[in-house]
Design a protein around this ligand. Structure first.
Ligand code: GLC
Length: 593
């Protein structure tokens, strides 16, 4: 199988050279010259509840973030993306918004937000907000008005009478499922109709077939642009539009997927009528137009969109836009999360698996567009828990070395790992809507534990006796303060990567990559008249020696520039391209003379 893939790849690239049969090789041209700030930016995702608590209530807040912006500046971050900070009953920790125009009181006030933006700008950092277009909270005034059928709000949400079954009992309109288990339809006593909620019961879906909703959500964007944000991460985009009902008003059932026998699990169905519709792509183009128009009128740097879609790649690529219409600058590349062995366990992924993940995006990306690399986020297991703790630096190296935009979830720079959260301590609706026996399959709490600043009480996150989620006991060694002081740590390695990323080669250079056998992933970044850099990573637990001269078209000696925690190589140590020996899980970046 691998041979077939390498042959196909070589064929596709029109290469004439011969490679060892089990090498998997790929390349992408010179990266687009960096014209706009975001094209080689380092984005950093903050989960506000868990970043820094300034007022001692055990919950992170805006003033806490502001107080740590200088840490982000030092870390080389270009733009900070904040997960939702808006008024919310917190059924889905801010992804259920009661007021799109105000701040959740436990996080602070609009004034605190303005201060945060001001301080970020002073430091040269940009602020990106989470835009949650698909749904609001059921506590949002729009929903309350819609329940009461107030004029202008009657069709703000997706309402339906449902049906009577043979026993005369009321049943939901169809079999659609919510992401957090069970029917996506909820009966509302007051309005005497069902409403659609593709996420939690408290997250009713807005009706994008209603122009008033489309206009309202554009107002939301403009409101925050006016407060100085540089763009938006757009939440759960594929869910915005549903198929139109037939002439009797019936929405079709979705077919079974065959993936699971659990009829409450959302993956029980194929979401062909509720996700990935063409209208949704057009909506993203409209938002991009709004951002560009805003910039034309108000000046300043380009405002950007990062879109979240766990959809087939052909669909995701549409968000980039087409020849006539611009779309999101950064449709999230989740291939390092969904690729490999699935989202839970990639600890044994061989080098060929890594190379396939890289090519899956680069080969599909429309020409002229910029790649981005997302290794994890607040919905996924942490990178060290998914790829193995031995590969934490390797993953950060990949994130920073591959061409384009890097998007780091807070804590990955210090190598934070998942904390198993007991059923009693669970907070995530994805866990709490299941039961004590199965919640661990669904919970997103383990990657949301408070940030680890130091080895003092509560990891320096809060002065409260307790924190909203427990703190990972490994904070004693895994924390910013300790890692900063160490001669070598995940953080110092991350800092070296940040420095290297500033080189013209990494900013603009071409990329070739190859899996040499199952062990060694080799990536070259090169640019005429500039230094060439190689990332050489043994991704498995056995020793390996690789000759990368033919696969990467290099020769001679290179010098060690950066090495991971496992490596004993020192800066400046010579590495010969025709015989690179790497210990289990050793990863290095070397430079040409
Ligand atoms: C996105 C968010 C996730 C949230 C969901 C519903 O996937 O990342 O945290 O639960 O959308 O808004």
């Amino acid at each position: 199988m691998l041979k077939i893939i390498s042959l196909l790849l070589l064929f596709a690239l029109g290469q004439e050279r011969t490679f060892a049969c089990d090498d998997l090789v790929g390349q992408s041209g010179r990266a687009a010259p960096v014209r706009e700030w975001w094209q080689s930016a380092q984005f950093y995702q903050i989960y506000p509840r868990s970043f820094m608590d300034s007022n001692g209530d055990g919950i992170g807040d805006l003033a806490g973030i502001t107080s740590r912006l200088s840490y982000l500046k030092e870390l080389g971050v270009t733009a900070v993306w904040l997960s939702p900070i808006y008024t919310s009953p917190m059924a889905d920790f801010g992804y259920d918004i009661a007021d799109f125009f105000d701040i959740q009181p436990e996080y602070g006030t609009l004034d605190d937000f303005d201060k945060l933006v001001q301080e970020a700008n002073r430091l040269g950092l940009k602020v990106i907000l989470d835009f949650v277009p698909n749904h609001s909270s059921d506590e949002n005034d729009w929903f309350k008005k819609s329940v009461r059928r107030e004029r202008g709000y009657e069709d703000y949400y997706m309402w339906h009478d449902g049906y009577k079954n043979e026993q005369g009992e009321r049943v939901p309109p169809n079999n659609w499922l919510q992401a957090f288990r069970g029917s996506a339809w909820e009966w509302n006593e007051e309005r005497q109709q069902y409403y659609l909620h593709q996420f939690a019961v408290k997250q009713p879906d807005l009706n994008y077939r209603n122009p008033a909703v489309v206009a309202q959500m554009k107002r939301v964007l403009t409101y925050w642009l006016d407060r100085g944000v540089s763009g938006f991460r757009v939440d759960a985009v594929p869910w915005c539009f549903e198929v139109l009902p037939d002439e009797t008003g019936r929405y079709p059932d979705e077919p079974k997927s065959g993936y699971t026998d659990d009829p409450d699990d959302s993956s029980y169905l194929l979401h062909i009528y509720t996700q990935d519709l063409p209208e949704t792509v057009d909506m993203v183009y409209q938002w991009r137009k709004l951002l560009d128009d805003y910039q034309r009128i108000h000046g300043g740097d380009r405002r950007v969109l990062l879109t979240e879609a766990w959809s087939p790649l052909d669909y995701v690529m549409k968000f980039y836009g087409n020849r006539t219409t611009k779309g999101a600058q950064m449709p999230f590349n989740f291939q390092f999360i969904v690729g490999g062995n699935g989202d839970k366990n990639n600890t044994n992924l061989p080098a060929t698996g890594f190379a396939k993940i890289i090519s899956s995006w680069l080969d599909k990306m429309p020409s002229g567009q910029v790649a981005n690399w997302v290794m994890g986020n607040h919905d996924q297991r942490r990178v060290g828990s998914r790829y193995g703790e031995e590969r934490i630096d390797t993953m950060n190296m990949l994130q920073m070395f591959l061409p384009g935009v890097s998007i780091t979830y807070m804590g990955e720079e210090i190598g934070m790992t998942d904390l198993d959260i007991s059923w009693e301590d669970s907070r995530d609706p994805a866990a709490c809507n299941s039961n004590a026996n199965i919640y661990e399959q669904f919970t997103r709490d383990p990657a949301r534990t408070p940030f680890q600043w130091s080895s003092s009480a509560n990891a320096g996150f809060s002065t409260n006796a307790t924190t909203w989620l427990p703190i990972n006991p490994n904070y004693v060694t895994v924390n910013v303060e300790t890692e900063k002081a160490a001669t070598k740590s995940h953080l110092t390695i991350y800092n070296q990567l940040v420095e290297l990323r500033k080189s013209r080669t990494l900013q603009e250079g071409g990329t070739s990559y190859a899996a040499v056998g199952e062990n060694v992933l080799a990536i070259k970044r090169s640019l005429q008249n500039e230094k060439t850099y190689l990332l050489l990573a043994n991704v498995l637990d056995t020793d390996a020696t690789a000759d990368v001269t033919s696969v990467l078209r290099v020769s001679g000696n290179f010098k060690t520039k950066i090495s991971n925690m496992i490596s004993t190589r020192k800066e400046g140590d010579t590495v010969s391209a025709d015989s690179v020996s790497l210990r289990p899980y050793e990863a290095i970046i070397v430079e040409s003379d």
